[in-house]
Write a protein that binds this ligand. Structure first.
Ligand code: SF4
Ligand SMILES: [Zn+2]
Length: 513
């Protein structure tokens, strides 16, 4: 027996294991063998070689467990450099990288190593997720790069087909065939997101996004003030944002806003007012949110203005205060704040931005001062799931882009731990036609540690698969004022909906209720 196998074997026979137990057993065994402690990656290998079926131990050995805490693993891949039609003054350009990305960003380095080939990028990510002990049966694929909708149609279609092929581990002849295979594949694509500009979203683009299987769209909104957009040469106005938001929500997409405080032409007061408007004015109200305070980068035209003293970015403290205020008072229960800072290597940031561990710093401050952010991400149950805890159903109902949004959640009494969430929309102008006279489920998610779908040993530890999702679907069906309910489902999640009585029509799952 190797030292690694001995550690794993000892751990598999230990009760009430924690990460500290893993470290303790590692030290004991290594002392006995007179060797240095092996990294967890070696223990995961030994665990797999030994063919044990101990999901709890597997989860304990996992490296960076937070990667799969939200119930699915996220894989981000990049599209190749093209020619973005935008001239945004804060946006960096660098030979060989897609516009708005720098070549020292880890995601760009990975993509370059793989020649921006989606297949190779996905295969590499799957391999490293597997090696570090993460389950890979439910994948959220995020495609980033320049404006998605500006790439040639053929490139977009091939890119997505290749992505499905990588997950299917099989080459298909057509995109449609690749999607059909993915319904039963080992790595199911449960969410597919792209990023684009608001002025590229119209009915035609909506149809194409659905053809590809996209379920979520990240909109580069940046500001909701026309004067700021013009000053920064965004090339679109707030009107485009409002229209795109409505079209996307009415087609069932989840909508994420990328917003940039600290832009030339704005002020701290204006930025705080913008955040308040975004979450109270029904023309906006995104489901997901990313805050990217503007940074000065050498590779962007804004650098010149900065050198000439025409642009003075906020200080780190000022940025921190904006985020604190937003977390304390502005973000509602129904938004998931994905990021509060863009993760650019600090050596490339000339000014603006703020420290890359800002989120952690603010969380520590919140703990100390006794307040917390209400957003979804901050309440997701994660590791501290207690099966004995009482779970209650909550309902948030609000107007949003001409329609009504009902967000149903299972949470603990104090609303500090979120177990499961469903978004139901009663649209105002549903499009495509298949959605007419339907209420649309735009999102369903159960949080907590991700489980292998078929194996069930660790179920006690996590709320997943305890039927919470199913209960939320029943609640949504009761509340829908229409005879039919529709779902924008990731291609890989269609099987789940079929089991719940839904059938595929066009690219949506439908049920007559
Ligand atoms: S649209 Fe996006 S990628 Fe293009 S220049 Fe503007 S910020 Fe950069
Ligand atoms: Zn939050």
């Amino acid at each position: 027996m190797t030292p690694e196998e001995k550690i794993v074997s000892k751990l598999s026979k230990t009760d009430n294991r924690t990460r500290e137990t893993v470290d303790k057993v590692k030290r004991e065994v290594c002392k006995e063998y007179g060797i240095d402690c092996p990294p967890n990656i070696k223990l995961i290998e030994a665990y797999r070689d030994m063919k044990l079926n101990d999901k709890e131990l597997e989860a304990l050995l996992r490296i960076r467990p937070v990667r799969s805490l939200s119930g699915v693993v996220n894989i981000s891949i990049l599209t190749k450099p093209f020619e973005c039609p935008g001239e945004c003054i804060y946006c960096p350009s660098q030979e060989g990288s897609p516009k708005s990305y720098l070549d020292n960003e880890p995601a760009v380095m990975r993509a370059r190593l793989n020649d921006y080939d989606p297949k190779r990028q996905i295969e590499n990510r799957l391999e490293s997720l597997h090696m570090t002990g993460h389950p890979t049966d439910k994948i959220e694929l995020r495609i980033v790069g320049e404006t998605w909708s500006h790439y040639k149609k053929e490139y977009r279609e091939e890119f997505i087909k290749d992505s499905f092929d990588a997950l299917n581990q099989k080459e298909s002849k057509t995109l449609k065939e690749a999607q059909a295979i993915n319904e039963r594949a080992k790595h199911k694509m449960v969410c597919l997101s792209i990023e684009t500009r608001p002025d590229f979203i119209d009915k035609k683009e909506i149809e194409h996004l659905r053809k590809l299987g996209v379920t979520m769209v990240e909109l580069g909104v940046q500001s909701i003030y026309d004067d700021v957009l013009i000053k920064n040469k965004r090339g679109h106005t707030v009107k485009s944002t409002v229209l795109a938001t409505k079209l996307l929500k009415d087609a069932g997409f989840k909508v994420c806003y990328q917003i940039m405080p600290n832009l030339p032409g704005s002020t701290i007061e204006k930025d705080l007012a913008m955040l308040e408007i975004i979450f109270s004015d029904e023309r906006f109200k995104p489901d997901f949110f990313k805050l990217y305070p503007c940074m000065v980068l050498k590779e962007a035209p804004l650098y010149e203005d900065y050198l000439k003293g025409k642009y003075l970015p906020y200080t780190e403290k000022e940025i921190e205060n904006i985020i604190i205020q937003a977390k304390k008072e502005i973000f509602p229960y129904w938004v998931r704040v994905q990021r509060v800072i863009r993760d650019i290597p600090s050596q490339s940031v000339i000014a603006g931005g703020g420290s890359s561990n800002l989120r952690e710093l603010i969380e520590k401050k919140a703990d100390k001062e006794g307040w917390s952010c209400k957003c979804i991400r901050c309440r997701e149950v994660g590791k501290d799931y207690d099966p004995k805890e009482k779970i209650k159903l909550f309902e948030e109902k609000y107007r949003s882009s001409g329609g009504t949004e009902i967000v149903l959640t299972f949470e603990n009494e104090q609303r500090t731990k979120l177990f499961s969430l469903l978004r139901l929309r009663i649209p105002s102008d549903p499009y495509p036609e298949v959605l007419e006279n339907t209420s649309i489920i735009r999102e369903i998610h159960t949080y907590g540690e991700q489980l292998q779908i078929k194996k069930n040993k660790i179920m006690e530890k996590s709320p997943q698969h305890k039927g919470l999702g199913k209960k939320l679907i029943r609640e949504a069906e009761k509340r829908a004022p229409t005879d039919t309910i529709s779902v924008i489902s990731g291609v890989g999640a269609r099987g789940y909906w079929k089991k719940n009585g839904y059938f595929l029509k066009d690219s949506y799952m439908l049920k007559n209720i």
